[in-house]
Design a protein. Structure first.
Lengths: 306, 319
């Protein structure tokens, strides 16, 4: 099972970018028919259609969030944004405490990202470059549980959190969020391919301490991989749904918990619900807009569904 | 990236005899220091809950007093199997799983094939197709349930334009399951297309050249070179999607906002059923039993997946 479940990592060494670049162009030039086929008009048309379908629900969120509830019940429906965006934002901040949810989500996702990237780089380095007893077995356990959805452990986790008196506190979401078998595996693959053994050996001969080797040799080499892992982790943490809904409540919500409240019938105004959806989605779309290219690269190197 | 540790900063030659031993000991122990942070968290918040689920499922545990556990043996399981809504949700999980996974992967394969052409603006296409992946389950579901509104939803309006009667996307069994499935399809098709694209780009181009020389058409190349080359990737995405479908939760929860997945449980999934048992009816023990059933189901499905893949490979090899 584990052999099959291993993600298609390593199709391409991470230091060789999938996009553009002279090397990419050279590769394309000598690659076979299946890859160099020029995209015709039909190909473009279908892809444009796919992009429109991908983007439309988000566009519709903007339309619905900027209209009044009465507008949304009109036939034919209006397909362009209206003038009520600010009013709906104010309403959702008032009724669903979206402001607090946004702050909480930044705290939670930020902590999870920093912690996960750090833990994963440390462990990934050890698995990739150090020899120690039990390495194979420990790595097998890590990779083997990668495919088991954490949702299945939610009940004992809740009991644990309740015993610790952490229900409805942010650390209840942050600490379990730091566990990322995928992150360890990702960093292991990255460092195995991009960190030459000689570099570590040389530093050792020079008498650098273990911590010193990590901070001044491993981390600089690992940085691009850490950045991609950080992006994927931030998005996954921001969008995580099941556990925050279980562990938190409307008095200390993350964005997703607040959206669940909005959808749970507490607010009847559709345009207000859409305004909340828009506010909760904007930060991650912003990250995506700025760094989408890197996220695409990271996923093509073999990401796994969060 | 340069070596910033010159030889001069090597440990002082003081304490001869002891330092090398201590250093060797540290050298041997330090790998464990590197993995300690991850494994501590992993043991506490990853492994322990998974294993403990089986244990909890044998007890009566109430949501308000989770520390107080009473032995119940297999009582949670018999209660589960006697509940018709458990079977409904099991069936729904299966039908929604098929409705969402099959079209999703088929479309992703087609899109990946198109993305593999030489294109103007290919980064744009790839990024735009990943937009749904960046959208949270909650946000996507809230928007879609608005679009699927019975009276004022855009979907029914468009259907009306082509002369079809409005569909009640909430209360019809098939209609609601199809609607929930489209949310899953929307969110994951682009993601899977990129995974397939990565797989396609790793197929050796010599294979295409050979096929070309044999006079194979584009379509034959797709079926006889691309698809076989993609098999490991396809199995991988099928496994991941199956696991995702088995634990579907956010979409059916927020589609109407009810724990029962519609008035007659018409689109309640196992994930939602588990949540309803634990946080709607306060039976944490029974919820743990549902989780354990889900786990066995996943093992079964993934095993079947692997078996099919292996048999097909063997058949191909014997050909």
């Amino acid at each position: 099972m584990t052999a099959l479940a291993e993600p298609p990592v390593g199709h391409r060494p991470p230091d060789r970018p999938a996009r553009g670049g002279s090397r990419g162009a050279a590769r394309r030039a000598r690659s076979g028919a299946g890859r160099t086929m020029q995209g015709g008009r039909l190909t473009h048309a279908v892809l444009v259609l796919a992009v429109l379908v991908s983007a439309f629900p988000l566009y519709w969120t903007v339309v619905a969030a900027s209209r009044s509830n009465a507008d949304l019940a009109r036939v034919p429906p209006s397909l362009l944004p209206g003038p009520h965006l600010m009013r709906n934002f104010e309403a959702v901040v008032r009724e669903a405490d979206i402001g607090r949810a946004l702050v909480n989500s930044f705290i939670v996702s930020g902590s999870i990202t920093v912690g996960t990237v750090l833990c994963s780089t440390l462990a990934g380095f050890a698995f990739a470059k150090l020899r120690f007893r039990g390495r194979g077995a420990l790595l097998a356990v890590t990779v083997g549980t990668m495919m088991i959805p954490p949702q299945l452990g939610v009940i004992p986790l809740f009991i644990l959190i309740a015993e610790l008196q952490w229900v409805n506190q942010l650390q209840a979401v942050i600490l379990p969020g730091l566990v990322s078998a995928f992150g360890v595996f990702f960093m292991r693959q990255y460092l195995a391919q991009s960190l030459p053994d000689e570099l570590i050996e040389a530093a050792r001969v020079d008498g650098a301490s273990s911590a010193r080797i990590f901070w001044s040799i491993v981390v600089p080499v690992a940085r691009p991989g850490m950045a991609v892992l950080g992006l994927l982790t931030f998005m996954a943490a921001w969008n995580d749904f099941f556990w925050p809904v279980v562990a938190l409540s409307s008095s200390e919500p993350t964005v997703q918990v607040a959206l669940r409240q909005l959808g749970g019938g507490y607010v009847n105004d559709q345009s207000v619900i859409m305004a909340g959806t828009l506010l909760g989605t904007l930060p991650v779309l912003l990250v995506f807009g700025l760094l989408g290219r890197q996220i695409v690269g990271g996923i093509m190197q073999g990401a796994v569904k969060g | 990236m340069t070596l910033t540790a010159p030889a001069r900063t090597a440990p002082p030659p003081a304490l001869p005899g002891r330092a090398p031993g201590a250093r060797r000991a540290w050298r041997r122990a330090s790998p464990y220091a590197y993995i300690a942070p991850f494994f501590t968290l992993f043991a506490a918040f990853g492994l322990f809950p998974l294993l403990y689920t089986a244990y909890v499922s044998l007890y009566r545990v109430e949501l308000q007093t989770p520390g107080d556990m009473q032995w119940r043996g297999l009582g949670n399981y018999t209660a589960l199997f006697a509940d018709e809504f458990f079977w409904t949700s099991l069936r729904n999980t299966f039908t929604i799983g098929v409705l969402s996974t099959v079209p999703q992967l088929a479309m992703a394969l087609g899109l990946a094939h198109l993305l593999n052409h030489r294109l103007r603006g290919r980064t744009f296409f790839r990024t735009a197709m990943l937009l749904p992946y960046a959208t949270s389950v909650a946000a996507a579901t809230l928007v879609f349930s608005q679009l699927y509104g019975r009276d004022f939803g855009l979907v029914n309006y468009v259907l009306g334009l082509v002369g079809t009667d409005p569909v009640d996307w909430q209360s019809g069994t098939f209609a609601s399951q199809a609607a929930v499935s489209t949310i899953v399809i929307w969110r994951w098709t682009g993601y899977n297309a990129l995974i397939y694209l990565a797989g396609m780009q790793s197929i050796p181009h010599e294979l295409y050249e050979a096929a070309e020389m044999d006079g194979a058409s584009r379509w034959r190349q797709f079926f006889h070179v691309t698809l076989p080359g993609l098999r490991p990737t396809i199995v991988f995405t099928a496994v991941v999607s199956t696991i995702g479908a088995t634990q579907l939760f956010g979409e059916p929860l927020l589609f109407e906002g009810s724990l029962s997945g519609g008035i007659s449980h018409q689109y309640q999934t196992l994930g939602l059923y588990m949540y309803e048992q634990g946080w709607g009816f306060f039976h944490l023990g029974r919820a743990a039993a549902v989780a354990w059933v889900m786990f066995l189901l996943i093992v079964l499905l993934v095993g079947a997946n692997a078996l099919i893949a292996r048999r097909r490979t063997r058949k191909e090899a014997g050909r």
